[in-house]
Design a protein around this ligand. Structure first.
Ligand code: PRT
Length: 115
């Protein structure tokens, strides 16, 4: 398997998928699954807040970009755990992004109002 962006995401998703039914005392992912839905989803809210705080720190010059990358990685990881919990994969998200590719958000939003 290649180690490009999609390859890394797919490999991590395989590992996450393999944790269904695993021992929560031996796997953080299994621990999150055992707390689903509320405990697992709460982590996504926390990680999203941490992304916002890290981005604000970069914006006001008090934080470094590597910390923002670190927090976004946490958010992506916890979102991938939630996807796996419901039988979904990063490939599903990438397919949705590909479907949207080239369609301006402004145009798409205007078409929603016309519906
Ligand atoms: N990518 C990750 C990954 N990113 C973040 N984390 C964990 O996510 C947790 C988030 O920590 P926080 O700092 O946000 O929370 P905390 O305050 O320390 O802890 P809480 O008080 O919130 O419980 C930490 O325990 C991190 O180690 C991850 N844990 C696992 N993975 C991947 O998942 C795979 C399987 O992990 P296990 O199931 O644990 O084997 C690993 O091989 C990795 O590839």
């Amino acid at each position: 398997m290649n180690r490009d962006c999609s390859g890394v995401l797919e490999e991590i998703a395989d590992t996450i998928d393999s944790r269904h039914g695993a021992d929560p005392s031996k796997s953080y992912v299994a621990q999150l699954f055992s707390k689903a839905p509320d405990g697992m989803l709460k982590k996504i809210g926390e990680e999203a807040s941490e992304v916002i705080m890290a981005a604000k720190d970069v914006a006001n010059g008090s934080g470094d970009k590597s910390h923002l990358v670190y927090e976004v990685a946490d958010l992506w990881f916890h979102s991938m755990v939630a996807l796996s919990c419901y039988g979904l994969r990063p490939e599903d998200v990438v397919a949705e992004l590909a479907r949207r590719e080239g369609v301006s958000g402004l145009v798409e939003k205007a078409s929603r109002k016309a519906r």
